[in-house]
Design a protein around this ligand. Structure first.
Ligand code: FE2
Length: 276
């Protein structure tokens, strides 16, 4: 498995999580969503609102549980097109530290053993995201590398992606380009303009485009863990089906590597990034 991961940049492990534990996590998220009142935050989320407010909401979410909407969630007047449970893009980025049920799911031995087995000396959980990919409006995610957003020196980002529901070609499963993760750094880098800046920029480090003709689909059943390198280029298409595609993702970094101060995600000094 390790040699396949080193060759491809991705490893698919079916049956890592029981159907019951996936359902429990989904049902708990439903409770969190029902407790969230989008009307309180309409100014933040409406497409009519100021871009800086949205950026501040995102940039200060590293130690919080925050709700992010799909681009197509609102109509021209700022009202939701579908119920809120079918309007969210994701919740992030510290479910693993701020919610006891997500904490328990994230810090189970399965996760740590995969991280260590794939080469992380001191795995730290940097961020968690619950991804909804709702029916009809779940948007396309273009080809990218997660290390673009999570920079360590040397690179050490590892994505652990859990299918909480079956991920299919119709509801927007992951795709990736195997064997394209061997470069030292990602081709784009997103970072704060300066260490304390409340805005970001994306810098092109390598202008080549990805050989998307070599992409492979990764449809997987509920309970599958897809582990992939931060340098593995991946994407997903829009969800045009009438089924959601919920997933829970952790992004780990190796505590032996340097996490730079100009990464977008910064934690409070009294609330450091922690491991298992
Ligand atoms: Fe990604």
């Amino acid at each position: 498995m390790l040699s396949a991961y080193e060759r491809d940049g991705v490893l698919v492990l079916e049956n890592m999580f029981s159907s019951e534990s996936c359902k429990q996590l989904m049902s708990h998220m439903e409770t969190l969503v029902n407790g969230f009142k989008p009307s309180d935050h309409k100014a933040v989320f409406s497409t009519l609102s100021r871009a800086q407010e949205q950026e501040d909401y995102f940039l200060t979410s590293g130690g919080e549980i925050r709700f992010f909407f799909e681009d197509k969630a609102f109509d021209d007047t700022g009202n939701l097109v579908q119920p809120i449970s079918q309007s969210l893009n994701k919740v992030g980025h510290a479910l693993h530290d701020r919610d006891p049920i997500f904490n328990e799911f994230s810090r189970q031995d399965n996760m740590r053993l995969v991280a260590e087995g794939l080469g992380q000396a001191e795995p730290l959980i940097l961020q968690s995201m619950y991804i909804f990919k709702p029916p009809h409006i779940g948007g396309e995610v273009v080809c990218h590398q997660d290390s673009t957003y999570i920079w360590t020196e040397p690179q050490s980002c590892l994505g652990l992606w859990v299918a909480l529901e079956d991920a299919t070609l119709d509801n927007g499963c992951l795709w990736g380009i195997p064997g394209q993760h061997h470069e030292e750094n990602p081709r784009l880098r997103m970072k704060r303009k300066s260490n304390d800046a409340n805005n970001t920029q994306t810098i092109t480090l390598d202008e080549r485009s990805w050989p998307e003709e070599k992409k492979v689909s990764l449809p997987v059943p509920q309970g599958t863990l897809i582990a992939f390198s931060g340098l593995f280029p991946h994407l997903s298409s829009a969800n045009t089906s009438d089924k959601s595609r919920h997933a829970y993702t952790l992004h780990l970094i190796d505590g032996k590597c340097h996490y730079t101060e100009n990464n977008w995600l910064q934690r409070d000094k009294n609330d450091p990034i922690s491991g298992f």
